[in-house]
Design a binder for this molecule. Structure first.
Ligand SMILES: C[S@@+](CC[C@H](N)C(=O)[O-])C[C@H]1O[C@@H](n2cnc3c(N)ncnc32)[C@H](O)[C@@H]1O
Length: 300
């Protein structure tokens, strides 16, 4: 049944949540200015920011790449089905809100393995009446299970946009490439892959310092080159759409990222660096700031 994941026993859910350790979804939430994280996540985000003081731009521009990619897919490309694996905590805005504003009949299946994301997943299931959303509590490393459950909402005879945005750097090579192939193999012609990925091509010193802070905290953190990222497309038989694989802020920029309301100067001055991140305008960006590649490919 769609939404089944949400019926999980609250005691079991609490047991799965380890708030003593930082977790990618929650550290990411810190950088997006959310509130669904614990002190360990704030501590990890602060260490990451100390290693790369403008690193919040990677996160915020990655999220803006996702907004533009979904806008392109639902608009120009006419895609009506989205499988978003590594969804992250609900934020403004989620994939279904972006897609359904353009095409109200869009269907979106979200997948994540973080129990905190599961605990907040109800906010992802706010589909308009013409479309549909579902949430699957699963690991990317279980592609067959994801495909089977997603088939309750997604028609795999019609094109699907598979979104693997800022997730594959948490998966080692021996699993990452075969998983992407297996997922893409299950999609019909005309389907798309949207992918973004951290890299050490662009600003190696800072991003490797960030990598150290997160691996010390137990994250798998694989930085991949542009060629490595391209392999996810070519090895799965996908043709890259323009402009190919580029730093995310150069992927079809529309300069429409929301600019946060600014608080009083005195309030802002009293905040620490991590708290200030939520008020930053991401239009203040240079090529030296971004360490994330993004791309979109089509299955022939
Ligand atoms: C950095 S966030 C990206 C969120 C969103 N895709 C975006 O780009 O804005 C990565 C997300 O992937 C999830 N994730 C990491 N490894 C995963 C795995 N093996 N299976 C499922 N989800 C995973 C995390 O829980 C987190 O929510």
């Amino acid at each position: 049944m769609p939404g089944d994941a949400l019926s999980q026993d609250p005691a079991e859910l609490r047991r799965r949540i380890d708030s003593s350790k930082a977790h990618p979804a929650r550290v990411y939430d810190v950088f997006l200015g959310g509130k669904d994280h614990y002190p360990a996540d704030l501590d990890a985000a602060a260490a990451g920011l100390a290693a790369n003081p403008r690193g919040y731009l990677d996160v915020r521009h990655n999220r803006d790449f996702l907004r533009r990619a979904v806008t392109t897919l639902a608009g120009e490309d006419g895609i009506r089905q989205f499988l978003d694996i590594g969804t992250g905590l609900p934020t403004a805005e989620n994939v279904h809100q972006i897609a359904q504003r353009i095409a109200p009949d869009s269907r979106v299946v979200y997948v994540d393995n973080d129990p905190v994301v599961l605990a907040h997943a109800r906010a992802l299931l706010t589909s308009g009446p013409e479309g549909r959303t579902d949430y699957i509590d699963a690991d990317l490393k279980q592609p067959a299970r994801i495909l089977e459950q997603a088939a309750e909402v997604i028609d795999f005879d019609r094109p699907v946009a598979l979104c693997l945005v800022a997730i594959l750097h948490f998966v080692e090579d021996d699993q990452a490439y075969p998983i992407v192939r297996e997922l893409v193999d299950a999609l019909p012609a005309g389907s798309r892959l949207v992918l973004s990925h951290l890299t050490d091509d662009l600003n190696p010193e800072n991003v490797r310092a960030v990598q150290r802070t997160y691996t010390e905290r137990g994250f798998t953190f694989v930085l991949r080159s542009r060629d490595d990222v391209e392999r996810f497309f070519t090895e799965s038989g996908l043709k890259l759409a323009d402009p190919g694989i580029v730093p995310v802020h150069h992927w079809r920029p529309d300069h429409a990222a929301p600019v946060p309301d600014q608080p009083e100067e005195s309030y802002l001055a009293a905040l620490d660096d991590i708290e200030k991140v939520r008020y930053k305008d991401i239009n203040d960006v240079t090529d030296a700031d971004i360490n994330v590649y993004g791309g979109l490919g089509t299955k022939a």
